[in-house]
Design a protein around this ligand. Structure first.
Ligand code: NDP
Length: 246
C-alpha cells in the first residue's frame, strides 16, 4: 500500500498506452499518485486517463515518441506545467521485433536501439535537471530478464536491455539523492510480441511465452519501489512467472 507521503507524487510513464505502462498508470492512480501518461497512440491514452478520472484518480496524458528528445522534453514540461513538479520518471516504452541476426533486419535493430536505449536516455536527459534542482526524484527503468540472459532471436533486444541495466547502474552510482530502479520482468501479458515481423521468431516466442503473468504483477513491483522512504533505493527487481525456467 502506498503511504501518505507518497500519495501526491507526480509519476510520468512512457509507453502508457498498453501492457505494463497502462497497468502501472492504473495501479498508481488507484493508490492516489498523480500520473502523466505518454505514448504515440493518444486515443488509447485519452481513454485510459478518462477511466482513471472516472474512478477518482488524477491523470493527464501527452503525445510522446520517445525517440525524439524534443518530444520527451515537452512531455516533462507538460507535467511540470500541470503539477509544478515531477517525482518519478518510468522509462517503460519498448519494442521487441525479434529475429536471428542473419535475417539482417537492420531497420528493426535500429528501431530497438532508438526506442529501448535512446528512449531511456532521452527520459533521463529530460527529467534529470529537474530532479537535480529538487534534490529528489526517481527513475524506474524497464529492463528485462533479457537484460540478464541472451536468447536465440533476441541478440539485439537483449543488448538494448543490457544497456538499460548498465545506464541505470551508472546513473545510480553518480547520484546522491536521486533514486534509480531497474525493473526486469519475465514473460508478461502485453502487446509486446505484436512488434515481431519474423515468422521463426514469432514461433519461438509463442513457445517461450508459456508461463505468463499479468501486467499488473510488474506494476506492483514498480509501486513497491516508489513507495519506499526517500533514503531507500530499490536498485532492481526481477519478476518472473513461477513456471518460467530461464
Ligand atoms: P506493450 O507493447 O504492451 O507496450 C509498449 C509500450 O511502448 C506501448 O505503450 C507503446 O505505445 C510504447 N511505445 C513503443 N514505441 C514507442 C515510441 N517510439 N514512443 C513512445 N512510446 C512507444 O509491451 P510491454 O508493456 O510488455 O512493454 C513495456 C516494457 O516492458 C518494454 O520496455 C519491454 O521491453 C519491457 N518488458 C516486457 C516484457 C513482457 O514479457 N511483456 C518482458 C520484459 C521486459 P505506442 O505504440 O502507443 O507509442
Amino acid at each position: 500500500m502506498i503511504t501518505n507521503e507518497n500519495t501526491q507524487k507526480v509519476v510520468l510513464i512512457t509507453g502508457a498506452s498498453s501492457g505494463i505502462g497502462e497497468a502501472t498508470a492504473r495501479l498508481l492512480a488507484r493508490e492516489g499518485l498523480r500520473v502523466v501518461l505518454g505514448a504515440r497512440r493518444t486515443d488509447r491514452l485519452e481513454a485510459i486517463a478518462s477511466e482513471i478520472r472516472e474512478k477518482g484518480g488524477v491523470a493527464e496524458y501527452h503525445a510522446l515518441d520517445v525517440t525524439s528528445l524534443e518530444e520527451m522534453q515537452a512531455f516533462v514540461e507538460f507535467a511540470k506545467d500541470k503539477f509544478g513538479r515531477l517525482d518519478v520518471m518510468v522509462n517503460n516504452a519498448g519494442i521487441m521485433p525479434l529475429s536471428k541476426l542473419d535475417v539482417l533486419k537492420i531497420d528493426e535493430w535500429n528501431s530497438m536501439i532508438d526506442v529501448n536505449i535512446r528512449g531511456v536516455l532521452h527520459g533521463i536527459a529530460a527529467a534529470l535537471p529537474t530532479f537535480k534542482q529538487q534534490h529528489s526524484g526517481q527513475f524506474v527503468n524497464l529492463s528485462s530478464i533479457g537484460g540478464h540472459n541472451v536468447y536465440p532471436t533476441a541478440a539485439v533486444y537483449c543488448a538494448t536491455k543490457f544497456a538499460v541495466w548498465a545506464i541505470s547502474e551508472g546513473l545510480r552510482q553518480e547520484s546522491t539523492n536521486i533514486r534509480v530502479t531497474v525493473i526486469s520482468p519475465g514473460v508478461t501479458q502485453s502487446e509486446l510480441p505484436n512488434t515481431i515481423t519474423d515468422a521463426e521468431a514469432a514461433q519461438w516466442v509463442e513457445e517461450f511465452r508459456g508461463a505468463i503473468i499479468p501486467a499488473e504483477a510488474i506494476a506492483r513491483a514498480i509501486a513497491f519501489a516508489i513507495e519506499q522512504p526517500a533514503d531507500v533505493d530499490v536498485n532492481e527487481i526481477i519478476v518472473r512467472p513461477t513456471g518460467q525456467s530461464s
